[in-house]
Ligand binder design. Structure first.
Ligand SMILES: Nc1ncnc2c1ncn2[C@@H]1O[C@H](COP(=O)(O)OP(=O)(O)OP(=O)(O)O)[C@@H](O)[C@H]1O
Length: 676
C-alpha cells in the first residue's frame, strides 16, 4: 500500500481542489442517500396510519405526555416501595425497574422535545391531509434523488479529472525513466517496459479513480445509514455489527491473496507482451521457417497461465463480494431477530441486556431495517471494486520501485564542458563484462588521435561494438577509463558527449515517419534544404526520386519495414552527415549497400570523415582503404595495429579476415557479373 500512497499523495497535492470538490459532492450523495432512506419512517408512521403530519404530531405529543406521566408515577411508586422494604434483594429488583423506567422516560422526553422542536415547521409547511403528506414525501424523494444524481455526476467528473491527470503524470514519469534506465546493465526487458507503461499505470489510475470515487462515496452512504440506524437505536446497531470483525478479518486475508495474485498476473502479462513483440518483430522469420504452430503453442501456454491467474483473481474477488453480502445480511438478520423480539413483546431488553430506552414502534424498527438494508448496497459495491484496488496496489509495487531505481548511467554533479577539451580518444586499461565473470574487454588500451580515421577489424564477438558502446556511454567500464581529450567521459554530461558523435549502426533504426523526418532526427532544427543536401551526399536522393511515389514524404513503416536494408543504411548515413559531428562512428554501416552504390557512398564517406575523428568497424576492403590505421581486435584485446601493408606482414588474424573478406567480395562480384 505504501507505493499506492505515493500515487494518492501526488493526486491530492497536484489536483487538491478537484479532490476536495469531489469529497464534498460525495458527502452530499451520502447524506441524501441516508435522507431518502429516512423517509421510510414517516411513511410507516404517518401514511399507513392514515394521518397527516399535524395529526401525527398531535397524537404523538399526547402519547409522549401520557407515557411520561405514567412512568413518573411508577418511578415515584418505586421510591415509596424502597422506603418501605429492608430486603436487599427486593431493593435491588426495585432499583433495576427504576433504572429501566427512568431510561424509558428519558426516551419519551427526548421524543417529545423533538416533536416540539419540529412543531413550528409542521404548522408552517406540512400539508393538512394524509394524501398531500404522501405527495410531499414522494416529491421529497424525487427531488432528493435528482439532487443526489447531480452531486454524483459532479463527484465522478472531478475524480476522473484528478485521477486521469495523475495517470498522465505517472505515464510521463515512467516514460522519462524508461528512456534512461535501460542504459547500463539494467535487465528491464521490452515486455516489462511495455507492461509498466500501459497496464500497470492504467491499473494505478483505475485504483485511484475507485479510491477517490466509490471508496469515499459508498462508505459515506454507509455511514449515513449507520448514523440513521444509530439515531433510532444505537444499542441494537452495535448488536447487529457483532458480525463485522469476522468479516473484516476475512477481508484482510482475501486482500493479501488478491494482491499477490495480481502481482504474479502482471509478471505473466509482461512475459506475454515481450513474447508477442518478439514474434511481431520476427514475423517474416516465423513465416519463412513455418513455425506458426510452434509459436501458437508457446502463446497458448503463456496465455493459459495468464488465464488461470485471472480465474483465481476472479474467484477471490467473488469471495469478497460473498463476504460483504454475508456481512450485510448478517447485520439485517441479527437486528431482525433482536428488533422483532423487542417490538413483538414490547420489551426493551434481551437476556437482561438493555437494547432500547422504550419499547420500539413499528415505524422505528422498519426505518432501522431500511437503514441497515441501505448499508448493504454500498457494501456490495465496495466488494465489487475491492479487486481493482488490490490490482492497483500490486501495479504500484511494480511502477514505483522502477521510478525510484537509481539510473545506472548518471550525469556528474559538476560536469566538464566538452567544448573545452581536445579530441583524442583514449581507452585506458578498460575491462568490461556484460555478465559477471565473462569479460568481453580485457585491459584494453587504445588511443585514436583527433582527425584520425581508424578501422577496427576482428572476428565476430571479439568486442568491437562493445568498445563503441563504452565510448557512447551506453555502458560504463568495470575498470579503467574512456577519455576524450584526457578527460574521463563520465565527467561530461551524457547529452553533451553524444551530441559530439554520430553513430551509424549495422541494424538501422528508422521510425514510422517520412524519409525527410527520419533524416532530420539527428538535428531537429535542420532546414529542409540541409536535410536534402545530406540526403544527396548519402545517395538517398537517388532512390527517393526513382522508387518513392511520395518522394521524401514516403513513410518508412514500422522500424523502416517499407524500405530495403541498403536504403535504410543510406538514410542513417544521411542522418549522420546532417549532424555534422566531431566524431563519426560507422559500425558495419555499409554492409548492405550494393556494389554499384558502394563506390558512390565511399566518395561521400570520404568527404564525411575528412577533418573528423572517424571509427569504422568494417571488414570491407574498400572501406579499410579509407583508414589511416587499422586496429585488429581479438578476444577483447588489441592484437595488432598498422596499415594494411604492415598488417598483412605481421598479423595472422588480419590476414585470415582479409582473405575471407576478399574471397566473399570476389564471389559476390562474379555472381553479379554473371547475373548481368
Ligand atoms: N547486451 C549483452 N548482454 C550480454 N552479452 C552481450 C551483450 N552484447 C554483447 N554481448 C556479448 O559480448 C561479446 C562481444 O560482443 P560485440 O557485439 O561487442 O562483438 P563484435 O565484435 O561487435 O561482434 P560482431 O562482429 O559480430 O558484430 C559477445 O560475446 C556477445 O555475445
Amino acid at each position: 500500500m505504501k507505493y499506492l500512497l505515493l500515487a494518492i499523495r501526488h493526486c491530492v497535492s497536484h489536483y487538491r481542489w478537484s479532490i476536495v470538490g469531489s469529497i464534498i459532492c460525495s458527502l452530499m450523495v451520502g447524506f441524501l442517500w441516508g435522507a431518502n432512506i429516512g423517509a421510510v419512517y414517516p411513511f410507516a408512521e404517518i401514511i399507513f396510519d392514515g394521518q397527516s403530519l399535524h395529526q401525527w404530531a398531535e397524537r404523538e405529543t399526547v402519547n409522549c405526555k401520557e407515557q411520561i406521566a405514567h412512568l413518573r408515577k411508577k418511578i415515584d411508586g418505586y421510591d415509596e416501595e424502597i422506603a418501605k422494604t429492608d430486603d436487599p434483594v427486593k431493593r435491588a429488583e426495585i432499583n433495576r425497574h427504576l433504572r429501566r423506567d427512568d431510561s424509558a422516560m428519558n426516551g419519551w422526553e427526548d421524543k417529545l422535545a423533538n416533536i416540539e422542536k419540529s412543531q413550528p415547521w409542521i404548522d408552517a409547511y406540512a400539508p393538512e391531509t394524509p394524501f398531500n403528506t404522501l405527495l410531499l414525501l414522494v416529491g421529497f424523494l424525487l427531488v432528493g434523488t435528482l439532487v443526489k444524481g447531480v452531486f454524483l455526476s459532479l463527484s465522478m467528473m472531478l475524480v476522473a479529472r484528478a485521477t486521469q491527470l495523475t495517470t498522465l503524470d505517472l505515464k510521463h514519469q515512467v516514460f522519462d525513466k524508461l528512456l534512461d534506465i535501460r542504459l547500463g546493465k539494467s535487465n528491464i526487458s521490452t515486455g516489462d517496459s511495455t507492461t509498466r507503461m500501459n497496464g500497470d499505470v492504467g491499473s494505478i489510475g483505475a485504483a485511484l479513480e475507485i479510491l477517490f470515487g466509490k471508496t469515499i462515496r459508498e462508505p459515506v452512504k454507509m455511514f449515513a445509514c449507520l448514523a440513521g440506524a444509530a439515531y433510532i437505536n444505537w444499542r441494537l446497531l452495535i448488536l447487529s455489527l457483532l458480525i463485522a470483525p469476522i468479516a473484516a478479518f476475512v477481508l484482510y486475508k482475501l486482500a493479501r491473496t488478491i494482491k499477490e495474485l495480481n502481482k504474479s498476473s502482471i509478471l505473466i502479462q509482461a512475459r506475454i507482451t515481450g513474447f508477442f513483440l518478439q514474434v511481431m518483430n520476427g514475423y517474416y522469420v516465423v513465416k519463412a521457417y513455418g513455425t506458426e504452430d510452434y509459436e501458437r503453442k508457446r502463446f497458448e501456454a503463456k496465455s493459459r497461465e495468464a488465464y488461470w491467474e485471472r480465474v483465481k483473481i476472479q474467484f477471490f474477488n467473488s469471495m469478497v463480494r460473498v463476504n460483504n453480502e454475508v456481512l450485510g445480511l448478517g447485520m439485517v438478520c441479527l437486528s431482525m431477530i433482536a428488533g422483532g423480539y423487542l417490538v413483538l413483546n414490547q420489551e426493551t431488553q434481551i437476556f437482561g441486556i438493555p437494547l432500547a430506552d422504550k419499547p420500539m414502534e413499528l415505524g422505528s424498527i422498519l426505518a432501522f431495517y431500511a437503514f441497515l438494508i441501505g448499508c448493504t448496497d454500498p457494501l456490495r459495491k465496495l466488494g465489487d471494486v475491492f479487486g481493482s484496488i488490490q490490482a492497483g496496489i500490486a501495479a504500484s509495487e511494480m511502477v514505483y520501485p522502477l521510478l525510484q531505481q537509481e539510473l545506472p548511467i548518471q550525469d556528474p554533479q559538476r560536469p566538464v564542458s566538452i567544448d573545452s577539451v581536445g579530441r583524442d580518444i583514449t581507452f585506458k586499461e578498460v575491462q568490461f563484462c556484460y555478465v559477471a565473470k565473462t569479460p568481453v574487454l580485457k585491459n584494453l588500451d587504445l588511443t585514436i588521435h583527433q582527425g584520425e580515421t581508424v578501422a577496427i577489424v576482428g572476428p565476430n564477438g571479439c568486442g568491437k561494438s562493445t568498445l563503441i558502446n563504452l565510448l557512447m556511454r551506453f555502458y560504463d567500464p568495470d575498470l579503467g577509463t574512456v577519455e576524450i581529450g584526457g578527460t574521463d567521459i563520465r565527467q561530461f554530461r551524457q547529452h553533451d558527449l553524444r551530441s559530439q558523435i554520430a553513430l551509424v549502426t549495422q541494424s538501422t533504426v528508422l521510425f514510422d515517419e517520412s524519409i525527410l523526418e527520419n533524416i532530420r532526427y539527428s538535428r531537429m532544427d535542420a532546414t529542409d534544404e540541409e536535410v536534402l543536401k545530406a540526403a544527396k551526399l548519402a545517395y538517398v536522393d537517388q532512390f527517393v526520386q526513382t522508387h518513392m511515389s511520395n518522394g521524401y514524404d514516403t513513410l518508412c513503416g514500422d522500424s523502416g519495414s517499407n524500405l530495403s536494408g541498403g536504403q535504410r543504411q543510406r538514410i542513417s548515413i544521411a542522418r549522420a552527415l546532417l549532424r555534422d559531428p566531431d566524431i563519426i562512428i560507422m559500425d558495419e554501416a555499409t554492409s548492405q549497400i550494393d556494389l554499384d552504390s558502394e563506390r558512390l557512398i565511399h566518395e561521400s564517406l570520404k568527404n564525411c570523415i575528412a577533418g573528423r575523428t572517424a571509427i569504422l568497424i568494417t571488414h570491407r576492403a574498400s572501406t579499410l582503404q579509407l583508414a589511416d590505421r587499422i586496429i585488429v581486435m581479438n578476444h577483447g584485446q588489441i592484437e595488432a595495429a598498422g596499415t594494411h601493408e604492415e598488417l598483412i606482414q605481421t598479423s595472422s588474424t588480419y590476414c585470415r579476415l582479409y582473405v575471407e573478406d576478399e574471397s566473399e567480395n570476389g564471389e559476390a562480384n562474379s555472381q553479379k557479373r554473371s547475373a548481368a
